[in-house]
Structures are given as C-alpha cells and as structure tokens.
Design a protein around this ligand. Structure first.
Ligand code: ZN
Length: 418
C-alpha cells in the first residue's frame, strides 16, 4: 500500500491523552491523530516520547542579542538591582550601544539567535527592534530581512519599538511610521518611560492610532519599573478599545502590576478582558514581575518571553523557551503539576493566542509545527529542558538533537551508575 501521508510522527505520547499515537502530516497541516498505524513517505519515530506544539516566544529584543560584551554590565546592574527603581536609568545606560548601531553586525547577531530558535523548536517570535533617533532603522531592517528568509521555519512578527519614548525623543514617531511603511508587522510603544502620565497617554494614543490606520497589531512595554503608581497597562487597554483594536494588543513586562493592591489588579483584569489584551511576562530577567498565576486564574492569557539574549539587561539566554519555562516555574513557584502545565502552555498555545497566531494546536487541521521531546512526561521535559529530539516546522523536519553522555569510569563505579 502506498504511503498515505507526507510525514508520520509515530509512537507519540500526547498531553492529556492516554496511550500512544500516530500523527499524519500533509501540506503543513496535521491531517490525522490516530492510535492505529499510519504510513508516511517520511517517518519520525518518537519512541514513546512526548510530542507537543512547537514553542512561541512572546517577547524578544532581537536587534540587541549578543551585545553585552560591547557595552559592559553597568546597565544590567542598574536594571536588576533591588526593587527595580533604577530601570529608567538602566535604559539610558543601555542606549549607549546604539551609538554604534549598524545593520552590518546586527543582522548576523540576530540571524544566530533565529538559528538557535530552530534548534530549540521556537516557531513564532514577537521580535522587537529599537526604532528611535539613535538606532534609526538599523535594527528593524535586518529583522525584516530575516523574517523573509526564515518564513515558515521561524516566523518573526517584527515590532517597530520606540525604545526611548515618543515625546521624550522627537523624531522617533516618524521613524516608527517609516518602519511600518517598510513592512514592520506590529506598532510598538513604551509609554511608561515618558515624563508625565499625560504624555504617556498621548504616546499610547498616537501608536494605537497608527496601528488602527494601517491594520497592525500593537505591542508595548508597559509599567516596567518598581513603581506601583504606574498605570500605562490600563492606558493601553483603554486605547485599544477606543481605536477598534480589541484582541489585537500585547502588554509586555508590566512588572509594576506585581506591586498593585488586589483591588487595582482586579480592575485592570476586568478592563484587559474587555480590550482582549494579552500579557507577556519574563520573570527570569528581573526581580519584579507580573502576577502571572493570579492573572491566569482571572482568565487572562499570559505568555512568557525570552526577552533578552546576552544583552545589557540579561547576561544569559539561548532562545530556549523550555529553559524560560523552567526558570519561570521557580520564579512563579509553579512546580506542581498544574504549575508546570501553566508555564508550558505559556510558551506554547497561550503564547500563540497572545500573539494572534491561529491554528497552533496539535489536532486534526492544526498547523504541523511540532516538537518531539526526549521524555514521555512534562515534568521531565521541563526539568531537563533539552533541545527537542526533532523539530517539525510547516510539516518539514528542520532540526534534530541528541543528548548523549558516555561514562568513562572504573568497572565498579560504572555498575553503580548503570
Ligand atoms: Zn523586554
């Protein structure tokens, strides 16, 4: 009998389904999820391991990756110290890297980080590029080129991000418009950095108006400092409703929300639901973070992001969302079964929902974007956070990884470790 599928992933363990499963894949879609045998022109043997949707990175400064050695870690010290009261100062220190901003080195750096995404099975990235009077368009142009190069393997949603503010940085707004004209997918923003609440509100209004006029989504860094009085997440949600952007916006960082008293948190949650506002948190990159578990329990979609890779704000990072989930499990005290499910979904299906990616579900008709792990249960998958054994993107195998150690011990020790 001729093969009936282009690709079959055989002998898979699936989440929340007993037994072993075979997945059929055709034309970039999942066309069968069955317990009986399937035949494919190509086959991947999962050997009983867990197979899930591939990963989604809800927030990433892709133009700044691998820049820590260029700038030194003074900004890192300021950003991560104590109560994050010096976050504003750290952004000013970090902006020094932009004096030498040049697509000639940004492009290769970003490309390396996208290749790491392939290795670790990251399929979608909300990729921020600084667009301001220092960076000009040097960061956004190489990301737009990478978006075309990697389409279908790693899809980049490129955000035109005015890192130094709009009213604080005259000229930035026109550059954001230019970046949208060049094809940037998402209008960015960082309202909390403006000098007054009125200017923050104006910042949000201008960017939401721009997004609405060009049919774009919005993604902003909001309330990113240790100051419980910051209310720019609320401003974003309100502006989304006012500009017809319901369900088309993302709030990144929002760390100050972690300091809100319960009534303020509940008011914000109610407003965010009306606005269809999704959240992305990155608790591994700062001592203060969004109350992820509380907002999730209130019914809001909260994703996790890698945020940074070896830049002025975070010295580590491999574009490895399983590692991000592992770190978040600790920071959020989410190490029981429900907690591990939560952090895993936050780098998977919840993150896809927050980014507006449709079809990112392991089911018949879903996108054939899959990872095959080395273990058959989520606790070990997250705990070991190894690169997936197989990464399938748009129905094609794009990466394989092994994890092998050979012991060289005396016979008696070898026996102990067998
Ligand atoms: Zn960030």
């Amino acid at each position: 009998m001729p093969p009936t599928h282009e690709l079959v992933v055989a002998d898979a363990t699936l989440r929340n389904r007993a037994g072993r499963w075979q997945l059929g894949v055709d034309d970039g879609r999942i066309t069968a999820v069955e317990q009986g045998p399937l035949s494919g022109r190509e086959e991947i043997d999962a050997a009983g391991a867990l197979v899930t949707e591939s990963f989604v990175n809800g927030h990433m400064h892709l133009d700044k990756v691998y820049t820590l050695d260029r700038i030194g870690d003074a900004a890192l010290t300021a950003y991560t110290s104590g109560d994050m009261g010096s976050a504003l100062h750290s952004i000013e220190l970090a902006s020094a890297v932009k004096e030498g901003y040049d697509r000639a080195w940004i492009g290769p750096n970003a490309r390396k980080a996208v290749l790491e995404a392939v290795r670790y099975g990251v399929r979608h990235v909300l990729a921020f590029a600084d667009v301001d009077t220092h960076a000009q368009l040097e960061g956004v142009i190489p990301l737009l080129e990478l978006r075309e190069e990697f389409r279908g393997v790693v899809d980049l949603q490129v955000v035109a991000f005015p890192q130094d503010g709009l009213l604080r940085d005259p000229g930035a707004e026109q550059l954001v418009r230019d970046a949208i004209f060049l094809g940037a997918d998402v209008v960015g923003g960082i309202p909390w950095i403006e000098h007054t609440d009125a200017e923050a509100r104006e910042h949000v209004r201008r960017m939401c108006e721009l997004a609405a006029a060009h049919g774009r989504r919005v993604a902003m860094l909001v309330d990113d400092a240790g100051d419980a009085s910051l209310r720019t997440t609320e401003m974003l949600a309100t502006a989304m409703i006012e500009h017809g952007l319901v369900g088309r916006g993302v709030a990144n960082h929002a760390r100050a929300v972690g300091l809100y008293p319960r009534p303020s948190l509940e008011r914000l949650a109610g407003l965010a639901k009306r606005a269809g506002l999704g959240f992305v948190s990155d608790p591994h990159t700062g001592p203060l973070h969004l109350p992820v578990r509380e907002l999730t329990a209130m019914g809001l979609p909260v994703a996790l992001g890698q945020d940074d890779i070896e830049d002025a704000y975070y010295p580590f990072g491999r574009h490895h969302m399983l590692e991000v989930a592992f770190l978040a499990a600790h920071a959020l005290e989410a190490v029981d079964t429900a907690g591990i499910d939560l952090v895993y979904d936050a780098v998977l299906t919840t993150a896809a929902d927050v980014l507006g990616v449709t079809g990112h579900r392991l089911e018949v008709g879903g996108n054939a974007d899959l990872v095959v792990h080395h273990h058959d249960n989520l606790r070990e998958v997250v705990g070991h956070h190894e690169p997936p054994a197989y990464v399938v993107a748009s129905g094609r195998l794009v990466a394989t990884s092994t994890t092998t150690t050979t012991f060289h011990l005396t016979a008696s020790l070898q026996k102990e470790n067998a």
